[in-house]
Design a protein around this ligand. Structure first.
Ligand code: AR6
Length: 176
C-alpha cells in the first residue's frame, strides 16, 4: 500500500493552526464543547461554533457531524465522538474505526482534499495510544485505498511519543 502511505502525513503540534479543508474534533455526544482538543477547537473557532453545534442535536459514539470552521484556518470541523476506553471488551475498536470512517465519508462528500485528525479517544477517554494508532492508521489506509478524496490525511499529534507511534505504523503499511 505504498501509494496510500504517500498520502498520509504526521504533524506534531496544535490542530487548530492547520490550514486544511477539514479538521476533526474529538468531541463528546453533546457536541457542546469540553476539554482537550475539543476545548481548543471551540476557543479558536469562536462562539459561532457552539451556536451551530446546538442545532445538531448531539452525535452518537462512532458517528460524526459537520460544521463550518468559523475563525479557524480550516474550512470545516468534523465532530466525531470516540469511545471511552473500558478495557477493550465493549466494541471500543469498532467504534473508534467508525469515527475515522464516518469522518472521512463526510469529508469525501464535501470534496475536502485535505483533512487532519487528532488522536481520537487517547486523552480524556483513556484509549491506549498504541492500540488507537493501529486502528487510526489501518482504517484511514483502507479508506484511502478505496477513495481518491481526501487526497491527503494528516495525523496531528500533540506530543512526540504519539508522533513516533504514528510514524512507525505508517512505515509498516508502506513497507515491502
Ligand atoms: N491539537 C491536537 N491534539 C490535541 C490538542 C490540540 N490542540 N489538544 C489535545 N490534543 P482529548 P478524547 C490531543 O482528551 O480522549 C473532551 O472534553 C491529546 O493529547 O482531547 O477523545 C471532549 O469534550 C490526545 O492525544 O479527547 C470529550 O468529553 C488527543 O488530542 C473528551 O474530551 C485526544 O485527547 C474526549 O476525549
Amino acid at each position: 500500500m505504498s501509494g496510500v502511505s504517500d498520502r498520509i502525513r504526521v504533524h506534531t503540534g496544535d490542530i487548530t493552526r492547520l490550514k486544511v479543508d477539514a479538521i476533526v474534533n474529538a468531541a463528546n455526544s453533546s457536541l457542546l464543547g469540553g476539554g482537550g482538543v475539543d476545548g481548543a477547537i471551540h476557543r479558536a473557532a469562536g462562539p459561532e461554533l457552539v451556536a451551530e453545534c446546538r442545532t445538531l442535536n448531539g452525535c452518537r459514539t462512532g458517528d460524526a457531524k459537520l460544521t463550518k470552521g468559523y475563525r479557524l484556518p480550516a474550512r470545516y470541523v468534523i465532530h466525531t465522538v470516540g469511545p471511552v476506553w473500558h478495557g477493550g471488551g465493549e466494541s471500543e475498536a469498532e467504534l473508534l474505526a467508525s469515527c475515522y470512517r464516518r469522518s472521512l465519508e463526510i469529508a469525501t462528500g464535501k470534496d475536502c482534499r485535505t483533512i487532519a485528525f487528532p488522536a481520537i479517544s487517547t486523552g480524556i477517554y483513556g484509549y491506549p495510544k498504541d492500540q488507537a494508532t493501529e486502528v487510526a492508521v489501518g482504517t484511514v489506509a483502507v479508506f484511502l485505498g478505496e477513495n481518491a478524496i481526501p487526497e491527503t490525511v494528516t495525523f496531528c499529534c500533540f506530543d512526540d511519543l504519539t508522533a513516533r507511534l504514528y510514524s512507525s505504523a505508517i512505515a509498516a503499511i508502506g513497507g515491502a
